[in-house]
Design a protein around this ligand. Structure first.
Ligand code: CP
Ligand code: NVA
Length: 317
């Protein structure tokens, strides 16, 4: 079943997917529409080979379960092929420049997904690649995850505009991207992080500018109870991200008051939903009673990585 291309779809073709900040509200809502469409098609057993004959290179400098599997399965379901490239197995890991890698891969494949540490590396890859580049997570941002999060919130809560999201924990890649995603779609977001672990001020500023346009609020506070009060959506993430393993113990002490537990979520709306990008550490950033409780939608969220990324690939490639 082919999609009739509308103007927004035309303007997304050939673009990179590096930050949600780069897209308009309408473009993000269109990605969510297509993601929903792919999910319905898949549940109905309808085959859609819109990317037949296309190849996606997937470069990983960090571990992954969801991103790797959902991209690989997603491109296969769309009739194309995914190429898993562990950075240690390709010359990139031995110092071949990102710029050369980008130009070489562009001669073979139709899209490049990369998960890496430095956000600048993704920007360089995109600068030199002649095919769309998809950000599969950097230390700064994780836009694929947040697109799936928005899809999940839409499914459970309907319209995004006017909802209130609370993010509790490290001011990391997830916090940054959720601020962009919320601001672009008109959701209020309050991020509660301890001193020294607050989100990047430049990201906060850009998200606040976006929020002004959609009439929402982006706020950073220190008190987790202030963030969660009256929230429709409660989100957290690990206290030590990939690459911060050595800080694990020190962070556990700082973040202990930021654990998402029953006492904290009792301040949210009674029908709040709980999101976590996973992998999660039960007993650290979230208790089992919350993440495995009735308000948790973490496995819908994980599933939606597949549908949302199929939308991104289909629209860009
Ligand atoms: N949430 C997420 O990106 O999971 P992976 O690290 O398993 O890809
Ligand atoms: N903040 C986490 C997200 C993992 C999907 C990390 O970067 O490790």
């Amino acid at each position: 079943m082919a999609l009739a291309k509308n103007d927004i779809q035309k303007q997304l073709h050939g673009r990179d997917f590096i930050s949600l900040h780069d897209f308009t509200t309408e473009e993000i809502l269109e990605m969510l529409n297509v993601a929903k469409h792919f999910k319905i098609q898949q549940k109905q057993g309808i085959t859609n080979h819109i990317l037949q004959g296309k190849t996606l290179a997937m470069i990983f400098r960090k571990s992954s379960t969801r991103t790797r599997v959902s991209f690989e399965v997603g491109i296969y379901q769309l009739g194309g092929q995914g190429l898993f490239l562990n950075s240690n197995d390709i010359q990139l890991g031995r110092g071949e420049p990102v710029s050369d890698t980008a130009q070489v891969l562009s001669r073979y494949v139709d899209g490049i997904m990369i998960r890496t540490f430095s956000h600048d590396e993704v920007l360089t890859l995109a600068e030199y690649a002649t095919v769309p580049v998809i950000n599969g997570l950097t230390d700064l941002l994780h836009p694929c995850q947040v697109l799936a999060d928005l899809q999940t919130i839409q499914e459970h809560k309907g319209e995004l505009k006017g909802l209130k999201m609370a993010y509790v924990g490290d001011g990391n890649n997830m916090a940054h991207c959720l601020m962009y995603g919320a601001a672009k779609t008109g959701m209020d977001i309050i991020v509660a992080s301890p001193e020294g672990y607050k989100p990047n001020p430049e990201v906060v500023k850009l998200a606040q500018e976006d929020a002004e346009k959609t009439g929402s609020v982006v706020k950073v506070v220190t008190d987790p109870f202030e963030a969660v009060a009256g929230a429709d959506v409660v989100v957290t993430d690990v206290w030590a991200s990939m690459g911060q393993e050595a800080e694990q113990e020190a962070r556990a002490k700082v973040f202990a008051p930021y654990q998402v537990n029953n006492q904290l979520v009792s301040k949210a709306k009674s029908d709040f939903i709980f999101l976590h990008c996973l992998p999660a550490h039960r007993g650290e950033e979230v208790t089992a009673e919350v993440i495995d409780g009735p308000n948790s939608v973490i496995f819908d969220e994980a599933e939606n990585r597949l549908h949302a990324q199929k939308a991104v690939m289909a629209l860009l490639m």
